[in-house]
Design a protein around this ligand. Sequence first.
Ligand code: ARG
Length: 586
Amino acid sequence: MKEILMQIKEVVVDGFKAAGYDEKYGMVSLSNRPDLCQFQCNGAMAAAKEYKKAPIAIANEVVEKLSANSMFSKCEACPPGFINMNLSDEFISDFVSAMADDSERFGVDKVSSPKKVMIDYGGPNVAKPLHVGHLRSAIIGESIKRTARFMGDEVIGDVHLGDWGLQMGLIITELKLRKPELVYFDENYDGEYPTEAPFTISELEEIYPCASGKSKEDEAYKEAALKATFELQHGRRGYQALLSHILNVSVNDLKRNYEKLDVTFDLWKGESDAQPYIPDMVQKMKDDGFAYISEGALVVDVKEETDTKEVPPCMILKSDGASLYNTTDLATMVWRMKDYNPDSIVYVVDKRQELYFTQVFRCAKKTGIVPDSTNLYFVGFGTMNGKDGKPFKTRQGGVMRLEYLLQEVEDKMLEKIKENGTMNDEDAAKTAAIVGLSAVKYGDLSNQASKDYIFDIDRFTSAEGNTGPYILYTIVRCKSILTKAGVSSFDGAILPAHSDSERALQLELTKFMAALSSAYEEMAPHKICAYIYDLANAFNRFYHDTKILAEEDEAVKASYLKLLWLTRGVLEKAIELLGFNAPERM
Ligand code: ARG
């Protein structure tokens, strides 16, 4: 369906044209004084300059052309030259009725020219525990992915594992100390390696911090880890076999964690998958004259004349010939272009990596790894802080692991559900998991991604205010009324509003399309949150002053129920795009 604002705009544009003014002045926006009107046009003020006329005179002429249109219940010129408009109740109810009749998409059209989009998000580091820093990337990226997919894009989500760094050398070094007899360490061994990993996930999780601690204190240990990393990266068989065990064990564990978060990836590629593309890529950069040696390292200049702060060259190889995070990201673009040829690649990464991505993007464009026709986007997110305003920690002061954080939220939810005492233990636990996830995800997504935010478990789990549980309560409320009413099909239309609160609810529903398209275009899930919070509020106000089930006029009651059904549908679609679900009961 055509967005409501577009529909109004078309009419207003015609009004300007009919009155003899340029159509560019027919801009319409939501009113910033909802007490005065629903929509407004400020074009007469702008036109006044060009036509050297009083704005109010222009506004009056345009209004005269518009007032015959049955779309409006009010259309008036107000000094100094505003055009204030209200839609007729019939127009609004017809619009929301049509939305309700589209039970899959609620009136939201797919984009006319869909794109192929790759999203790089999650970014966990293999063998290191998932921490809350990775939580944001997963949550935001998943919502951007779902929204783009709903709008019709072909979207490929790639987890981009950190599986090629020093952490691998550290783990190998520690394993060698603990289990020197393993065949992986025998340089002369040329047989097959065992299919079973020589460690469990808990061992692996304990080994990494232990090794990382030792390397900070013991120079020789660190040297050994660096050497192991180098040997691994240069094809030492035993180490490569260990790497695939580490990967398998870790990835299984990561999948389990992401499943809990309701986050899924189409590709489980990692930094290591990019390695085969490095030699040719580097050679080409040299051949084409982009890469040169500076202080021993191979670099590509990426600064631009318009830069206001310094953008250092992009380092491709260190002086010892080792590749870097940069090199891997560029080589990853090589296979992404070759295998998928996307129209855009979106990186959902901590905003502290912004300068780094500026360098990498420029280098990719300059050297032709990524053609001009492919857009590269950086969606940087801020830090999740504790109530003390510092990066979120465990009570003991360590880095918070994702699993524990989710557990803590779930426990808190369970406590609340049990206080209400309406569910058996099994249902309560299931509900706590669903509602807990909404608390975490909504708590994150309702903030503009680039901002830091405070993880406040009490606020996030509250059923009041701008929270996930509040949205879920609203959905559950709609569902329970519909269940009580015992209706499942809605043949009639939604009738023109019977009260102010109903009108406000219907009007809010008309804004769904606009909210989704700006969330999609700006890759800004918080716009969906802001919209559903307004919608939930409008619904709850309507609910409080309307007797729905007790309504005696059957047609009115049926219309209320259909409105309820639409509200539920829009809210449920929105939370699906945010990445969580509603329970049956709460
Ligand atoms: N593994 C990285 C980290 O933990 C994030 C990866 C982001 N994606 C990328 N293509 N560099 O910081």
